[in-house]
Ligand binder design. Sequence first.
Ligand code: PMP
Length: 424
Amino acid sequence: DRLDDSERALIARREKVLGPAYRLFYEKPLHLVRGEGVFLYDVAGEKYLDAYNNVASLGHCHPRVVEAITKQTAILNTHTRYLHEGIVDYAETLTETFPDTLSQAMFTCTGSEANDLAVRIARFVTGGTGIIATELAYHGLTSAVAEFSPSLGESVTLGPHVRTVPSPDAYRNSPEEVMEKFGRDVCAAIADLKRHGIKPAMLVTDTIFSSDGIFAGPKGFLKPAVDAIHEAGGLFVADEVQPGFGRTGETMWGFERHGVSPDMVTIGKPMGNGYPMAGIVLRPEIIAEFGPRARYFNTFGGNPVAAAAGKAVLDAIRIDGLQHNALDVGRYLMDGLMSLSHTAIGDVRGSGLFIGVEIVSDTATKRPDAALTTRIVNGLRERRILISASGPNANILKIRPPLVFAREHADMLLSALDDVLNTA
Ligand code: PMP
């Protein structure tokens, strides 16, 4: 499976014109030309099982979304300063999926912009500047958001107003410890901000802790942390860009699994099943003063085509029962992963169709095995199955298929993984 001349030529053209910031997945990059449901097809017509893409949550090129986008594109696409039913219908349908307290929505095009706006609002509302995030969080790429996205590594300096807390690692700590420790760590971060004369503005977490290494439980460990930031006069922002829209199976939104009430929820990725859209759902009190003063406008965010795409996504999740499917197939897949009694599998964790598998060289010492993880990811790619890896040591298999994944697809993944583990 070596690169052919045309692939080498395309890679060279790409590097010449896109420059060095653009990276490709895999030792042998994929050249995809088409997608349908849970499958992707390369230029040679080979079919790949997509167990990684959390944007095309309904499956690639879902007909309902394609139709909604093409239909609305042919009629009207302007912005949010004209009266239009689309954005209102969509915002009503969207906010209905949230607890009653979260009843207003604002729209952006990317998750980064949503988190950027959340920071501005939090600072305005609280009068503080301090931000608490997890040790390996990713919240986006704007200058303000990169300052609290430590997973960007040394290329970005964390803001002087930013404090990080350790990931809620229930593999290396007991669940009881995590339950108690996460809140305690957030309290310590709040105290440290105050000691430096910085008033806390917000605690922000991805509620499934994807880039930290996927930490789904124990359910409820967020509660003491959220209580602490509220007591300190700050807001809690739930970043649902990855876990949201039913992926975690048990609930539509990841924060609901923890029984907490966010002040703002940022959403994105699967929101338009590939059409770029994102936003914030918030408590109306939060925006009451900021809103009239802010002159907030986003040229593309919430336009009629975005609203049509978003509505089609929510309809499909409901009509096709995708949250339930995520729960059902997710459990089946997790059970299957746990029964792969291979010595390299240290931990299987997750919720719904958001699953992490920790690869270790020794289950007793729990030492991460990044090299084996890379071989597994590439070995699966050779068997035409797509996943990736995450975590501080790049040793956690990240399995995040479209929500239309069926048991037969889980079986394909399980048998290929078993095969790879026995040969890698
Ligand atoms: N928050 C989280 C948790 C994310 O995973 C991402 C994207 N990986 C973002 C925010 C930023 O979203 P976007 O790439 O749309 O700006």
